[in-house]
Design a protein around this ligand. Structure first.
Ligand code: GLC
Length: 429
């Protein structure tokens, strides 16, 4: 293995060497010490801020497991849009400040098409990684044009949360949810019947995907054709808009992301809420939540075609311009394999995509609800795969937001989405 060192480390090595020479004279300087410094490679892992501290623990475990690679954790802002933009800016200039980075399930097509990501197939084959051990939807998410552009890390799927001190049996359909939210609002100190993510951002697209799929609609087909203008999509989005306009949702629902949903739910303000599995642990923690002990979860309500939840989650990709691809892969292998995912499940309560962990005694003891969530991530519905996904998503966000605030009907919104998406795809060809 070559002892390739990043330029910054080379400068540091040179500075240390010069200082030592000055301090102790050339005779005291032994080649052995220099080799030791030279052999260490530093890998930077970038991700959004991790409030659970699990990522730092994974880094410590990896660094302690060997002495050749030192991983440094670099935390970016929590908002996924700013992480995306930081990566695009850096990689567009062939930057090397991020060797390994967290990637949302919707990024691989875009990042591979732009030449930002290193394919990992050769490492997977060489090291005998068994992809059958991972939830299939996440392998699909990191596969584009026949190659793997990263490894799955943790899974996410939308869930319904409800107050068990107010509601005995959760609603099975969206119409029942509407009826029950209107009936129970005000009970048990609540101010709202339902909270979800209606802000104009990626989370709104996840909610839209859930309504569309539960009424049998579609956004794009497997060949990348725009198929959004269909009766199922219209019915699903009309249901979403109907709920967003009811007075049992917070008046500022168009400013709600996951965090606002969480805060209002743990403050005891809401009867029903849609969020990802991470809200389970926090809402059941007595130190953080006023509703601990009174929280239930269920699959999201069904439309005409059944219940559907959006496939969310994150994987790990390698910067194509990294100077240390081998070392970067060594860390990715640890992070996304049994060790890294186990620490993340126990310390961070995040859902493994590495399925043997659902049979790991300690993981399941710490997170008994994982058994229920595993089904959810296996059945989850992906968002469209496209190299221009950010544009597709923006179009949905903008047109749906205009329908939510009553500037246009859902039928008009869907017609505009169809036209603008088709134009964007044509322009990108
Ligand atoms: C979660 C999901 C991610 C999704 C985001 C939307 O982080 O894991 O896939 O894009 O929420 O807000």
């Amino acid at each position: 293995m070559s002892s390739s060192v990043r330029p910054r480390s080379r400068t540091i090595v040179a500075l240390i060497a010069a200082t030592l020479l000055l301090l102790s004279g050339a005779a005291a300087w032994s080649g052995g010490a220099q080799e030791e410094v030279d052999e260490t490679v530093t890998i930077t892992w970038a991700r959004g801020v991790d409030h659970t501290g699990a990522s730092q623990k994974i880094v410590e475990a990896f660094n302690a497991s060997q002495d050749r690679i030192v991983v440094e954790l670099l935390e970016l802002p929590a908002d996924e849009g700013s992480q995306h933009d930081a990566y695009v800016t850096s990689f567009s200039g062939e930057g090397t400040e991020y060797d390994v980075f967290n990637s949302n399930v919707i990024w691989p097509a875009e990042f591979s098409d732009a030449g930002f990501a290193l394919p990992v197939d050769r490492f997977i084959e060489r090291d005998g990684i068994n992809l059958d051990d991972y939830v299939e939807g996440y392998i699909d998410a990191y596969t584009f044009r026949g190659q793997m552009w990263g490894m799955p890390w943790y899974g996410n799927a939308g869930l319904l949360y409800y107050r068990t001190d107010i509601v005995d049996t959760p609603p099975e359909t969206w119409d029942e949810l509407i009826e029950m939210a209107a009936r129970y609002v005000g009970e048990g100190g609540t101010r709202f019947g339902y909270a979800f993510q209606a802000d104009q951002y990626e989370g709104l697209v996840c909610n839209a995907v859930e309504f569309i799929a539960s009424y049998g609609g579609e956004i794009m087909d497997f060949d990348g054709n725009v198929t959004i203008n269909n009766p199922g999509t219209i019915k699903g989005l009309e249901k979403l808009v109907e709920i967003a306009q009811r007075d049992f949702v917070p008046a500022d629902i168009v400013n709600f992301k996951e965090h606002e949903t969480l805060t209002s739910f743990i403050a005891g303000d809401v009867v029903f809420a849609r969020n990802w599995p991470y809200m389970w642990g926090i809402s059941q923690n007595e130190q953080e939540s006023s509703v601990a002990g009174n929280v239930g979860t269920a699959p999201l309500p069904a439309g005409d075609a059944g219940s559907a939840s959006a496939l969310g989650g994150w994987g790990i990709m390698i910067n194509r311009f990294t100077e240390n691809p081998e070392e970067a892969w060594e860390f990715v292998k640890f992070l996304t394999g049994v060790e890294g995912q186990r620490i993340h499940a126990i310390e961070g309560a995040q859902l493994p995509t590495y399925t043997p962990l659902y049979r790991d005694q300690e993981v399941m003891e710490v997170n008994p609800a994982f058994a229920m969530f595993e089904e959810g991530i296996r059945a989850a519905v992906p968002r469209p795969t496209s190299p221009i996904y950010p544009e597709i998503s923006d179009i949905i966000q903008i047109e749906l937001s205009r329908a939510i605030v009553g500037e246009q009907t859902v039928v008009q919104a869907v017609e505009t989405m169809e036209r603008r998406m088709s134009e964007a795809i044509r322009a990108a060809r």
